[in-house]
Design a protein around this ligand. Structure first.
Ligand SMILES: *[C@@H]1O[C@H](CO)[C@@H](O)[C@H](O)[C@H]1NC(C)=O
Ligand SMILES: *[C@@H]1O[C@H](CO)[C@@H](O)[C@H](O)[C@H]1NC(C)=O
Ligand SMILES: *[C@@H]1O[C@H](CO)[C@@H](O)[C@H](O)[C@H]1NC(C)=O
Length: 394
């Protein structure tokens, strides 16, 4: 029954996309199923600014963006779009746009300035004002509990996501959110794109906290790209499951909300239509979505990851398997683009990368030879495959 409903929903969305290309002006809400939720979304670090106001503690992203050479144009988020002060005007814009929902994340270090310990009431007050202002205008809040702005204090104390202590501290923070906001917030997302912060933060070092060991350790002061991303992912999954359990046992019955997690998901097309590239495209997906989805749905990492990563991949104990499996009500998919994947058939000794990308044995690229996979769209990594949609419509 549920499955059928989802299928109908999916088909209607595809219909919406194809009608978009045949005639943009004819696209309307009627092209979507009733109950389809339109919304906009943000994250605390990217939007709020006010980084030193009302007791907010520093985060790994404050430190990273103020470290020389980490952000190409030397910008930081000290002011950002000043959402902390301008949320009322922004909510009015959402109303004017006809939005139904607003996704935002709660800055852990506004609630617990040092990650754990005493609650900062001014932080609670801010999100109460934001949530109440949204509801007063008929906009449903969708709240992400963690969108990468780890309190710096926890990175200093025990290297954040690399230590299992993070599970307890994250659970305390999440439970505080349920206690304080759960009477009004009915959609909880435990993590936004854990794959992104595991890779960007701990494998290639391009985002906070900027750890890596690739390229002969030239660019990161510390890190191990062959082990740390997997440890981070493991602690994220256990933290998610812990919080899902708390929500189900103590809050769901009275508050009546639902809880899920959101993933970044590219699609991968085989570079050439041959078995080794088809396998590579599947492996690339295993190392991206499967890494998190398979433990949540089947209780363990994908077989390709277990085989290729071996002892460097943490293991779930039988009780953890039971705990993690099924610990969600919905899955969020953030889809940006499609890339090609091909088998990595080079015989290099793994010193240059020796990371999760090398482990996947798949090389992923947005072009074949010199030909890009699709038209460029407003961002260096988003390629819209319009021609494909048009062909599939015929
Ligand atoms: C893919 O490349 C690896 C080398 O990294 C090679 O051992 C393997 O045979 C290739 N796969 C296929 C199906 O050719
Ligand atoms: C391809 O595999 C080799 C051998 O494992 C490794 O050294 C290299 O970094 C990999 N390249 C990519 C782009 O993953
Ligand atoms: C890759 O990193 C792992 C973990 O640090 C290490 O055990 C292994 O020897 C490294 N492999 C190479 C080829 O450097």
């Amino acid at each position: 029954m549920t499955y059928n409903n989802r299928l109908v929903c999916l088909l209607l969305v595809i219909y919406g996309i194809s009608s978009f290309f045949s005639s943009v002006s004819s696209l309307s809400r009627a092209d979507f199923p009733s109950g389809f939720v339109f919304g906009t979304a943000s994250s605390s670090f990217q939007y709020e600014g006010a980084v030193k106001e009302d007791g907010r503690g520093p985060t790994v992203w404050d430190k990273f963006s103020h470290s020389f050479g980490k952000v190409i144009d030397f910008s930081n988020a000290d002011v950002a779009v000043d959402q902390y002060h301008r949320f009322n005007a922004n909510i009015q814009l959402m109303v004017d746009m006809g939005m139904d929902a607003y996704g935002f994340s709660i800055a852990w270090s506004r609630i617990y300035p040092s990650g754990s310990g005493t609650i900062n009431q001014a932080g609670i007050d801010h999100y109460n004002k934001l949530i109440n202002a949204l509801l007063a205008k008929g906009i449903e809040p969708y709240v992400t509990i963690y969108h990468w702005d780890l309190p710096q204090a926890l990175d200093d104390k025990y290297k954040g996501w690399l230590d299992s202590q993070i599970i307890t501290d994250y659970a305390r923070f999440a439970e505080t959110c349920f206690e304080q906001f759960g009477d009004r917030v009915k959609h909880w997302i435990t993590f936004n794109e854990p794959h992104t912060f595991a890779i960007q933060g701990y494998d290639v070092g391009l985002q906070a906290p900027g750890r890596c060991s690739i390229l002969l350790r030239l660019f990161c002061p510390g890190g191990n790209s062959a082990t740390e991303p997997y440890i981070v992912g493991h602690h994220v999954l256990l933290a998610h499951a812990t919080v899902a359990d708390i929500y189900r046992k103590k809050y769901k019955a009275t508050q009546g909300g639902s809880l899920g997690i959101a993933f970044d998901v590219m699609w991968y097309e085989p570079m050439d239509n041959k078995p080794e590239d088809i396998d590579a495209a599947n492996r690339a997906q295993d190392f991206q979505l499967g890494w998190f989805m398979e433990p949540l749905f089947f209780g363990d990492y994908p077989a390709s990851m277990r085989k290729r990563v071996g002892d460097r991949l943490p293991k779930f104990t039988p009780s953890e398997v039971a705990f993690v499996k099924g610990s969600l009500d919905f899955v969020g998919i953030n889809h940006y683009t499609t890339w090609y994947a091909r088998n990595n058939s080079t015989n290099f000794i793994g010193v240059i990368l020796n990371d999760t990308l090398a482990d996947s044995g798949a090389i992923t690229l947005p072009f074949k030879g010199v030909k890009p996979i699709g038209d460029k769209r407003g961002s260096t990594f988003v390629e819209m495959r319009r021609k494909d949609y048009e062909q599939k419509r015929r």
